[in-house]
Ligand binder design. Structure first.
Ligand SMILES: NC(=O)c1ccc[n+]([C@@H]2O[C@H](COP(=O)([O-])OP(=O)(O)OC[C@H]3O[C@@H](n4cnc5c(N)ncnc54)[C@H](O)[C@@H]3O)[C@@H](O)[C@H]2O)c1
Length: 449
């Protein structure tokens, strides 16, 4: 964090602040605000979104940005001002003494390396989801954050929205009883939704640092499609699981406090978007969450279909034995439904097949056992919760990160939590490509044989 105004003035050897106040007014004002100085590494689609969300907190200022495509560096200056230092080389950003925290918003294959390098250089880290690209990379990042004693926040920002906070409250209050099933579908039917993002006409080895982009991925000739649509390739991304499932799993872990599933299986295929990608466009995953704390075991089923030409009715719902929570944008609906104690009898079951005498006897016993008030279900109750106007999950997520830095307190999605959310989705990929059930020890962060 910055030095405060008095230190700054002392450093300058200025006796009276008022004499220096005019030319340095802006600098001094911002120092006085004690803002955290951030730099964004990876200024693509989400890099811009993250930076803007961070700035909306009014707790930080952007001092630098790194990216591998010159057009995006130019757009940084167009968007945030000429004063922002820009470079292709993220290491130059990490060397800067005026950077307190970095936002790591590169493709997934760079997350672990830049996070660890930044932590080592004493920077606080906000790293986009999924925290790492491979399960094997998680422990080292967690250890690096611990060793550095710096704050690390992982970027599944939706849990910082009012809807997820409300869901947590409802689940903890027992409003839906015991959770037994969670499902989420994320279907799409359009090219952009299927990650065929725009490629600029000036993309070339001159405007893009292709060698650096590859990082620890296999060497190959310059390919702007891979650079701008990296999600479609295993070398750089984490497929639909890492891109989409991770948000829901983060939400579920936040709401239930669960550490993660014990068994993960996924299947799928590449159905429609055969544009050279090597990840599936249809994927279904099933995860078994063991009983934990006050929660019983539950099952989770996730689906993505990028080629759903049918009607698309995406749902995300948490189902319990006394109700369910369904999410919709910034809102959620709680539906409460409780079974009566009396099971009922009649058509479509065995009662009508009993002898007349047995039916009479059965009824007498039933009446004795179930008084009238135990026979009718409680009326279904539906409660809709809308996030308060202006609720900004993305901004809240950054505010939480910055408060963590200022007050030295834990954040909502630290590296241990972030990795526990990432590992099951990375296990989905493992399951899909290796065609097997993956066993995961979420407590000890270990794959099991
Ligand atoms: N939290 C969310 O809701 C959300 C939404 C979208 C993306 N994301 C995540 O954000 C990350 C980026 O996704 P995107 O859609 O913005 O991708 P993008 O391709 O639009 O941007 C990535 C940028 O990173 C740059 N880059 C790559 N390697 C670099 C390196 N070594 N040093 C500096 N810059 C480098 C590229 O030049 C590119 O401009 C991914 O991890 C993705 O999963 C999160």
């Amino acid at each position: 964090m910055k030095t405060n105004r008095r230190d700054f003035v002392k450093q300058l050897g200025i006796v009276s602040a008022s004499t220096a106040a005019v030319p340095h007014f802006n600098i001094i004002k911002s120092l006085n605000d004690n803002k955290i100085r951030i730099a964004t590494i990876g200024m693509g689609i989400q890099g811009f979104q993250d930076t803007k969300a961070a700035l909306r907190t009014d707790m930080c200022e952007l001092v630098a940005a790194a990216d591998l495509y010159d057009g995006r560096l130019a757009h940084v200056k167009e968007t945030f001002g000429n004063h922002v230092f820009t470079t292709r080389d993220y290491r130059e950003v990490l060397e800067r003494k005026d950077v307190d925290a970095v936002l790591i918003v590169t493709p997934d294959h760079w997350h672990d390396r830049i996070s660890m390098a930044a932590l080592k250089k004493g920077k606080h880290v906000y790293c986009e989801k999924p925290m790492v690209q491979n399960i094997e990379e998680g422990a080292a990042v967690i250890a690096a954050a611990k060793a550095a004693g710096k704050v690390m926040q992982v970027g599944s920002q939706r849990i910082s929205g009012a809807a997820f906070q409300e869901a947590k409250r409802l689940v903890e209050a027992g409003d839906i009883g015991n959770i037994n099933f969670i499902e989420s579908t994320n279907d799409r039917f359009n090219a952009i939704g299927a990650w065929q993002y725009s490629i600029p006409t000036d993309a070339s080895p001159k405007t893009i640092d292709w060698e650096t982009f590859l990082g620890d991925a296999p060497k190959r000739a310059f390919d702007p499609v891979r650079f701008f649509r990296w999600r479609n390739y295993r070398d750089y991304g984490t497929g639909v699981a890492g891109d989409l499932f991770v948000h829901l799993i983060t939400g579920v872990h936040f709401v239930t406090g669960s550490l993660g599933p014990s068994r993960i299986y996924s299947s799928g295929q590449l159905s429609y978007w055969k544009d050279g990608r090597d990840v599936p466009d249809v994927m279904v995953a099933s995860m078994e969450y063991p009983a934990q704390g006050k929660f019983d075991a539950f099952q989770m089923v996730l689906r993505v279909n990028f080629a759903n030409a049918g009607s698309i009715k995406n749902v995300t719902r948490i189902v319990g034995n006394e109700g369910e929570i369904t999410f919709g944008g910034d809102s959620l609906t709680l539906t409460k439904r409780k079974l009566p104690a009396a099971p009922g009898y009649g058509n479509g079951e065995s009662f009508g097949t009993f002898s007349d005498a047995q039916q009479k006897e059965y009824l007498a016993a039933y009446d004795a056992k179930y008084p009238a008030d135990s026979r009718t279900p409680e009326p279904v109750k539906e409660v809709k919760f809308d996030a308060p106007q202006g609720d900004d999950a993305h901004k809240n997520h950054f505010a939480n990160f910055f408060e963590g830095i200022k007050d030295n307190k834990p954040v909502i999605e630290g590296p241990l939590f972030g990795f526990r959310a990432a590992a099951p989705v990375l296990a989905c990929n493992k399951s899909y490509f290796e065609k097997k059930v993956v066993k995961w020890d979420a407590k000890n962060l270990k794959l099991l044989p």
